[in-house]
Design a protein around this ligand. Structure first.
Ligand SMILES: Nc1nc2c(ncn2[C@@H]2O[C@H](COP(=O)(O)OP(=O)(O)OP(=O)(O)O)[C@@H](O)[C@H]2O)c(=O)[nH]1
Ligand SMILES: [Mg+2]
Length: 475
């Protein structure tokens, strides 16, 4: 499937450039945002989605594909010339090569345009020929959404809030001590500013590794090509009594404002504000495995991230969106191939409950929402094994060693997820240290070597249903 489709996509793509301009008005564009915290599975999701839209044999749940109305799918040059292209071919090569491996971590926004030739359905089908629908897929780190909280704050307010938060955290002690002995009224010395920013970044890194998700400014952790630039060289400070011109405080304040206007605003304006449909990927199983604190932290991070989807609360975002809104949001618990299908319902239930708590605070400005358990790339097969006189439903796959090499084949049972999500979410919220009735395991599996029938994309779980919810109505 792979080679022919890519080659096909390339030649067609080139044809496409010349005739696309006049047609643009008649060709609907769907901008699909794909986000999630780091390692949630964004890259694998996009790669497998695109591969499965090119070869649609495993996409019966996408109605237009099931009905055979999609006659072609091809990659085209994306419309945004300054955004890095999602490196589909490299990621697909990683996942489907002779010794398949997971793709590298990606740390910035990227975009890909997939165009579909679709025959209309229903009454219109006899009257009009196929149309082209463009799917612009935008991959961006969920962490960047957390910066929205900075937009309606000034430096003094943000500093005070951050320093208070650090008080309660062991990870923050070192930075706090440094900030307290710093005189913000003194004249700016660049090495001092850099040392503060470095120490604050070190705190953020530690806090993130400890499982906290409220780690702003988000770009400190994922700086990309901004690394070392003044917009990333600030840190929260206690406000001195006087803040003379050219003081450290004044310069930090200026850089904070620059971060908002030069880093955060362009992201929301150029990417976020243009999204029509959104999928938020969540590694629920990974969090459950790490324990109640990780689950609670993830719930809070989700609520913060999802704040971006209720623009009414944020003056900055309301101005930017001017009434535009995301029409559908899918919350997908990823990596469901770690579980036997008999447990997928429970996983979707937990995803839904996590999302419901966030939704209680806002209605997502009218967006339609859904929760699902999916696996973008299925790395396991199911197996029922005898166990203590009964049987147990497992999954089997190739284990992934710590160093990334492929380990041995193993059957694996992660533990029974409760049917009632409250059995996990309540102790998490109450600050339990470990799960009471059960222990949940997670293994990392390597992607399985694939031999695909012509017309079939890579194996997945419910990727077709996810696609149907996200954009099936527009095909
Ligand atoms: N078994 C299984 N593992 C998956 C699946 N999707 C992702 N993973 C695992 O999750 C890891 C992260 O996936 P990515 O797609 O790179 O995640 P990401 O969100 O793009 O991560 P960053 O680019 O680092 O933000 C992979 O290396 C795999 O180990 C899946 O469908 N099944
Ligand atoms: Mg990625």
């Amino acid at each position: 499937m792979v080679i022919s489709s890519i080659a096909d996509g390339l030649t067609r793509g080139i044809e496409g450039v010349s005739d696309s301009i006049s047609e643009t008005f008649f060709e609907p564009v769907i901008r699909l945002g794909v986000t999630g915290l780091s390692r949630a599975g964004k890259t694998v999701f996009i790669t497998s989605l695109v591969a499965n839209l090119m070869d649609r044999g495993r996409m019966p749940g996408l109605v237009a594909a099931g009905d055979g109305r999609i006659s072609a799918a091809f990659l085209q040059p994306q419309p945004d010339d300054t955004v890095p292209r999602f490196d589909y071919e490299t990621h697909l090569g990683a996942l489907t090569g002779a010794t398949p491996h997971w793709p590298e971590s990606t740390r910035a926004v990227s975009e890909l345009r997939l165009s579909l030739r679709v025959r209309p359905s229903g009454l219109l089908s006899g009257f009009s020929g196929p149309r082209t629908v463009h799917l612009d897929i935008v991959d961006y780190p969920g962490e960047w959404l957390l910066d929205l909280g900075l937009m309606d704050k000034d430096f003094a307010t943000w500093s005070a809030e951050m320093l208070t938060r650090l008080e309660g955290r062991g990870e923050g002690a070192e930075y706090l001590a440094l900030a307290k002995e710093t005189d913000g009224a003194a004249a700016l010395e660049e090495p001092k500013a850099q040392a503060l920013a470095r120490a604050y970044t070190a705190y953020l890194t530690e806090a993130r590794d400890a499982g906290y998700s409220d780690c702003t400014p988000g770009r400190f952790l994922l700086p990309g090509d901004l690394e070392g630039s003044p917009v990333l060289t600030f840190a929260p400070l206690p406000k001195p009594d006087s803040t003379p011109r050219k003081s450290l405080w004044r310069e930090m304040e200026r850089r904070f404002e620059a971060y908002k206007s030069r880093v955060v605003t362009p992201f929301f304006r150029d990417h976020f504000a243009r999204i029509d449909r959104q999928v938020v990927l969540v590694d629920v199983l990974g969090a459950i495995h790490r324990g109640p604190a990780a689950v609670e932290d993830m719930r809070q991070a989700m609520a913060d991230i999802l704040g971006a989807f209720r623009p009414g609360r944020n003056a900055f975002l309301s101005r930017l969106l001017r009434g535009r809104r995301v029409e559908k949001i899918l919350f997908a618990a990823t990596k469901a191939d770690h579980l036997h299908h008999t447990q997928h319902g429970a996983l979707a239930g937990i995803m839904s409950a996590l999302m419901r708590e966030a939704r209680d605070r806002a209605d997502f400005a009218g967006a339609e929402t859904r929760a699902m358990a999916i696996a973008a790339l299925r790395a396991t097969t199911e197996e029922t094994r005898p166990h203590e006189g009964g049987s147990v439903d497992c999954v089997r796959g190739t284990l992934l060693n710590e160093d990334g090499s492929r380990g041995k084949q193993a059957a694996f049972y992660p533990g029974a997820l409760p049917d009632d999500p409250a059995r996990l979410l309540t102790p998490a919220r109450q600050g339990a240290e470990k799960w009471l009735d059960a222990d949940y395991q997670v293994m990392r599996f390597a992607p399985a070597p694939l031999t695909l029938r012509p017309g079939d994309g890579p194996p997945h779980i419910r990727l077709d249903r996810a696609a149907q919810f996200l954009f099936g109505d527009r095909l």
